[in-house]
Ligand binder design. Structure first.
Ligand code: ADP
Ligand code: MG
Length: 608
């Protein structure tokens, strides 16, 4: 009885601080409570302390204990921290003369394709020859006046469409004797060149352009040869997904997809270095990273975007740890190809184009000294001895092995917010581990940028919850096609919207989202790009031979293993290597959470 004691393992993660409290009696360990709370401040800094207090409190309250009832606390060591996740846009759509307008006015008029010469509405009466025209209506002419002029046009003038500056395309169309496609809300209408051949297209409600977003569609409309067709590809591309668009054939006008120089990344190993250009894309960057086994530092070209981003990571960490920036080493990055909506340069209706981009997550390793500092302050404040108790991935595997049905040899993948960590334990109990940049936060950042969302929290929700379409006030269709009925009518506000299905049938509308399918694809791809890539990368690094094939069993732990899709994607991908992979269930009751905290508490027993 004399050596009975209460211990706590505390895992300070990038997102979450988890606690496991155990009673140790001789050689027996019994877990009595778990706690969880958000990490305060950047992981590995003194700001973490209040989060540790809260998570400990959360666990202790469950069993009516106080801090002073604990005889020992262990925190995780040398944990990797996420420096930053950033986007580098590497392509740019530039219009050198007004040749294209593709945008989504809220209420365009009519639908279909119209082709003709651009003519000011006030000039219509002057046309004498037989002519197809697209009418241009500046805000100085009211829709009522414009309708009068258009209805009064002579027989030789065939009006096939209109481009309007104000937001009154529907009103205008209502007054026309013959309905035409109308694009409105073209703010800088004075930039539309007159006397040029132009084509406009308005897609029926609920659909997107199909002629002008297709290079051959543009070629058909303008009668282009194959060389010219090649040159309109960027135009077609910038119109994909728009509800309405205008393409104007000017003698010199041009749309170019330029590539932006985003800078070079320099990966430094003990014996060699490699350079890679960011604008070559994510695959090339990851190939370069893979050629260096033991990365000592990663630098970005000075004066470029990627240089600034990696510098910012270094400076932030330096400031927080009171070190000089050149002492901070970036140990890994994960680069992912993505796209983000950007304003088209030279556009005339605030057009956006989906530009290519590279998302980069960077990781810095905080050192043991820093964690010792946290332990010292905690010891003082709690009056309980606090020790730095072992490397995270090492502790995670100890904890993961409490999953029923597991035994050594075993590998784990810990999928958190900032980093994906892996470790492997062989029959002799030897552990090998690795920490890699990129995890749950990066998935949300990709979703946020690809959907052009204002808030990160909204992206987190899109990651975590499945989608549905509200088809009537009494039923929704879930993304898997199944239908759910409701007894009471739903809020009319969400009618016909794409919604997130949260707990207890709470339906959150995604405003401005056109298609459920698009959101779903972006969500799925973001998860695969980050976690399938990192699981394979991590397991290759810890495998005794460098080949994931030599691993048989993998347990997934960490908050991202709670995801409704991520573990399936990883299981699927790893089955190609004949690996059996599944979600952990720590101590048979915690699910994939609490592995590191559990391992830390268990480490107290072993040193008895
Ligand atoms: P860390 O160890 O870095 O603190 P955690 O293991 O706490 O990280 O995992 C946090 C990550 O897990 C976040 O990216 C968060 O979005 C994600 N996450 C938490 N709960 C869920 C869930 N139910 N579904 C999907 N992801 C989740
Ligand atoms: Mg963690």
């Amino acid at each position: 009885m004399g050596d009975m004691k209460y211990v706590a393992g505390v895992d300070i993660g990038n997102a979450t601080t988890e606690v496991a409290i155990a009673k140790i009696d001789g050689k027996d360990i019994e877990f009595i409570a778990s706690g969880i709370g958000p990490t305060t401040g950047i992981k590995g800094t003194l700001q973490n302390i209040s989060g540790v207090f809260m998570s400990l409190r959360n666990a202790l309250d469950k069993v009516g204990m106080d801090y002073s009832d604990l005889q020992e606390i262990r925190i995780n060591e040398a944990a990797p921290v996420i420096g930053d996740v950033a986007m580098e846009t590497i392509s740019q759509t530039v219009i050198t003369e007004s040749t294209v307008i593709g945008h989504n006015p809220s209420t365009p008029g009519g639908n279909g394709v119209g082709v003709g010469t651009s003519v000011l509405v006030t000039e219509l009466s002057k046309i004498t020859e037989e002519k197809d025209v697209i009418v241009v209506v500046p805000s100085s002419v009211s829709f009522a006046q414009a309708a009068l002029m258009m209805n009064g046009a002579k027989k030789n003038v065939h009006i096939t469409g209109a481009i309007v500056q104000e937001d009154d395309g529907v009103l205008l169309n209502n007054r026309l004797d013959r309905k035409i496609p109308i694009i409105d809300e073209v703010l800088q209408i004075e930039k539309v060149p007159l006397g040029m051949t132009c084509a406009i297209e308005v897609a029926p409600q609920g659909t997107v352009l199909d002629t002008l977003s297709n290079p051959y569609g543009i070629a058909t409309v303008f009668d282009l040869d194959s060389e010219e067709t090649k040159r309109v590809v960027p135009i077609a591309r910038s119109l994909i997904g728009s509800r309405s668009g205008v393409v104007i054939k000017t003698p010199t006008g041009d749309v170019q997809a330029r590539s932006i120089k985003a800078g070079t990344i320099n990966v430094v190993g003990p014996k060699k270095e490699v350079d890679v250009d960011v604008d070559e894309g994510a695959d090339k960057i990851m190939e370069a990273i893979a050629t260096i086994q033991d990365i000592q530092d990663i630098q970005g070209e000075t004066g470029t975007n990627v240089g600034n981003m990696l510098d910012k990571v270094r400076r932030t960490m330096a400031g927080l740890t009171e070190k000089s920036p050149d002492k901070i080493k970036i140990q890994d990055i994960l680069a992912v190809d993505t796209f983000n909506p950007q304003k088209v340069i030279g556009g005339i209706a605030d057009e956006f184009a989906l530009e290519n981009a590279v998302g980069i997550a960077a990781m810095v390793k905080s050192d043991r000294l820093q964690m010792e500092k946290i332990a010292r302050v905690l010891t003082e404040k709690l009056n309980v001895p606090v020790y730095v108790g072992g490397v995270e991935a090492d502790m995670a595997i100890k904890g993961a092995l409490t999953t029923p049905g597991t035994s050594v040899p075993l590998a784990i993948v810990d999928m958190g917010a900032g980093s994906t960590d892996a470790s492997i334990i062989n029959r002799e109990g030897k552990v090998k581990l690795i920490h890699l940049a990129g995890a749950g936060n990066m998935v949300s950042v990709l979703i946020q940028s690809e959907l052009g969302l204002d808030s990160f929290d909204r992206a987190e929700d899109i990651k975590k919850y499945s989608l549905a379409k509200v088809e009537s006030l009494f039923h929704i269709r879930h993304e898997d096609g199944t239908v759910q009925f409701f007894d009471k009518p739903l809020d009319p506000y969400i009618f016909a919207k794409v919604v997130l299905v949260k707990e207890n049938d709470e339906l959150v509308p995604l405003d401005g989202v056109e298609s459920l399918e698009k959101v779903k694809q972006i969500r799925i791809n973001a998860k695969k790009k980050v976690f399938v890539t990192n699981a394979v990368r991590a397991l290759s690094k810890v495998s005794p031979t460098g080949n994931p094939h030599d691993i048989q069993f993998v347990v997934m732990v960490g908050g991202s293993a709670l995801d409704f899709e991520i573990p399936n994607f990883v299981t699927d991908a790893l089955s190609q290597y004949d690996i059996v992979a599944g979600r952990g269930n720590i101590r048979g009751c915690e699910g994939p959470r609490n592995a590191v905290a559990t391992g830390l508490a268990m480490a107290c027993l072993e040193e008895e």
